[in-house]
Design a protein around this ligand. Structure first.
Ligand SMILES: [Zn+2]
Length: 272
């Protein structure tokens, strides 16, 4: 699942490679992935692509006419959605949600193996129509989310730490993989209740969140371009490494759950 670091780097790469280019044609080969009518899609022809950004787990791609943004594509890739820049002539694969034919003989496509993602095409003032958008909390890397602001917010969110970090109403952009990495870095067990944390624990959690996301973003800037369709997770320290030695203490990492697995170290991340 693309998370904050993945989507930040994809947005940056799209900013370099598609900003300023003209849309020749927009189509939805798999219409169920796209929340837009065929008329709304075809009206993108002739628009210029602006600079892509990220908010939470959404990638935002603006379409401009005469320098003003007229539509925004908000993509929530969920488990397996990927953007892909490829020549026009490349065969359109199954589960391609969107195909934007651009000038320069290239397409920007959205492909979703699991068909769980969603693409919303909205007016710039219509972002609140997107499910989950109005109640979204600050981005986990938002400069305005200071430790003090983080302390204030965490008070309002009871429950276990792993679902808390993944809750976009608390902080946006963290999913299953990076929540494991952050909790390991903070030496906090995923099942611990927020109510058991003291001031030092909260500061450690905050620092770990910032460090893990910033470090991952830095690494991905090197690993990802130009292949924005490939997700890199090989540098993660614990997520999905159950059975391997903990990089800190050497004891065996535990892993529970299937597809949405949680990996942690029982020794470094005590349950209380
Ligand atoms: Zn350990």
């Amino acid at each position: 699942m693309p998370e904050l670091p993945d989507l930040t780097v994809v947005a940056e790469e799209l900013g370099r490679r598609v900003a300023g280019r003209t849309v020749l044609e927009a189509t939805a080969p798999t219409p169920i992935l796209v929340r837009a009518t065929p008329e709304e899609l075809s009206s993108l022809a002739g628009a210029t692509i602006g600079v892509a950004t990220r908010r939470g787990k959404f990638l935002l791609l603006p379409f401009e006419r005469d320098g003003a943004s007229t539509r925004i594509l908000a993509a929530n890739p969920m488990l397996a959605g990927r953007f892909w820049l490829t020549p026009h002539r490349e065969r359109v694969r199954a589960r391609t949600g969107l195909r934007l034919a651009l000038d320069g003989e290239e397409d920007l496509r959205y492909v979703d193996r699991e068909m769980l993602g969603k693409l919303y095409l909205v007016a710039p003032e219509g972002m609140d129509q997107i499910p989950g958008w109005p109640e979204m909390g600050p981005d986990a890397d938002d400069p305005e989310l200071t430790l003090e602001a983080f302390r204030q917010r965490i008070r309002r969110h009871p429950g276990e730490l792993k679902p808390l970090l993944r809750n976009p109403r608390f902080v946006a952009g963290i999913g299953n993989a990076y929540s494991d990495e952050i909790l390991w870095e903070a030496k906090l067990a995923p099942f611990r209740k927020r109510s058991t944390l003291n001031d030092d624990d909260i500061a450690r959690l905050y620092d770990a969140m910032r460090t893990v996301l910033a470090d991952a973003t830095k690494r991905l800037r090197v690993l990802v371009p130009p292949e924005i369709e490939t997700q890199h997770r090989e540098f993660l320290k614990v997520h999905l490494r159950g059975g391997e030695p903990c990089p800190r203490c050497g004891r065996e990492l535990r892993q529970i759950g299937g597809r949405e697995a949680t990996t942690f170290c029982r020794s470094c991340q005590p349950p209380f």
